[in-house]
Design a protein around this ligand. Structure first.
Ligand SMILES: C[S@@+](CC[C@H](N)C(=O)[O-])C[C@H]1O[C@@H](n2cnc3c(N)ncnc32)[C@H](O)[C@@H]1O
Length: 293
């Protein structure tokens, strides 16, 4: 099973970036561990992922946006299960949608082609460039904004009807500000559809699993690449250029949405198709939350 958890680390860091960083030793050698600026580090990591063709940075093709224009569309927030169509307005024309931490030319262009007024917000300039590239190619109108999902202050209060937030809050150390900001920028009656990682994915000793194929429970949740590992392990991660990850508790993921004022009205789970842990438990969660009227 060696390699199984190597792929989990890839999944954790690079699935979202397609193993590229493991091929780039020394990329982050100049980063001082004690003073890591997570946002700047992850911006560079995701920019490199685009450059190296990560799966999560590959834009949809013109046939996908053409179908969306005809009303035939679906979007993924997790690896394999599309979000239920009934979670979206029947007619997206004129609906103001924020695609949060969603760069890469996937969700944003599909929803724009379906008629929504789309803003794609992301920390990676290259990810946002992928959205602009699709928009130009397929004559779509969308707005791109670079920023931190935990600080949406450039966006006005009550300016969106729908937020689509694919799995990405594993890349911020504190998820609660994200929920509060989502609540602020949504209109009353608006909805937030979010994918996130079940924290069980972070409890194992990933290095031991990679090297020995042993699933050994080691880490407490909340997990942090910066705080849960030894100095040597942290340096390995940084030297490999993996995006930094954080395993948030369910209290912060689900309780955080409720504490922000949302009402949860939808829930499903998803899996990696071929990951050993996913044989035992689904490691992705998607929720639908409403801002009450
Ligand atoms: C796994 S990708 C998700 C987007 C992709 N379109 C998808 O289909 O899954 C994670 C995204 O989160 C973004 N990201 C990471 N940290 C962020 C932050 N602090 N604020 C905003 N976006 C961030 C990355 O740049 C990347 O585009």
């Amino acid at each position: 099973m060696a390699g199984g958890f190597d792929r989990l680390r890839c999944r954790r860091g690079v699935s979202w970036s397609n193993s590229v960083f493991q091929r780039l030793p020394g990329r982050a050698a100049c980063v001082t561990i004690s003073a890591v600026d997570v946002r700047a580090y992850n911006r560079a990591a995701w920019d490199r992922a685009v450059q190296d063709g990560s799966e999560w940075t590959i834009p949809v093709g013109p046939e996908v946006t053409a179908a969306a224009r005809r009303g035939e569309w679906q979007i993924l927030l997790t690896p394999t299960r599309p979000a239920p169509r009934r979670w979206f307005p029947a007619d997206l024309r004129g609906v103001d949608v924020l695609c949060l931490a969603s760069g890469g030319g996937q969700q944003g262009p599909i929803l724009a082609a379906a008629g929504a007024n789309v803003t794609v917000f992301d920390n990676s300039p290259r990810q946002l460039a992928q959205d602009r590239c699709v928009a130009e190619r397929d004559a779509l109108s969308l707005v791109t904004v670079e920023g931190d999902m935990a600080d949406l202050s450039v966006l006005a209060d009550a300016s969106f009807d729908l937020i689509v937030h694919p799995v990405s809050n594993l890349f911020v150390p504190d998820v609660r500000p994200v929920w509060r900001e989502c609540y602020r920028v949504l209109r009353r009656g608006g909805s937030l559809i979010s994918g996130f990682v079940n924290p069980v994915a972070y409890i194992f000793d990933l290095f031991k699993a990679d090297e020995e194929g042993v699933l050994e429970v080691r880490h407490a949740i909340p997990y942090s690449d910066l705080e849960s590992l030894s100095e040597a392990e942290r340096r390995r991660l940084l030297d490999q250029g993996h995006p930094l990850e954080f395993g948030h508790s369910l209290e912060d993921q689900i309780g955080g949405q409720l504490d922000a004022g949302f009402v949860l009205v939808g829930f499903y789970e998803d899996r990696w198709p071929d990951h050993p842990l996913d044989r035992y438990i689904a490691t992705f969660i998607v929720t639908r939350a409403l801002k009450p009227r």
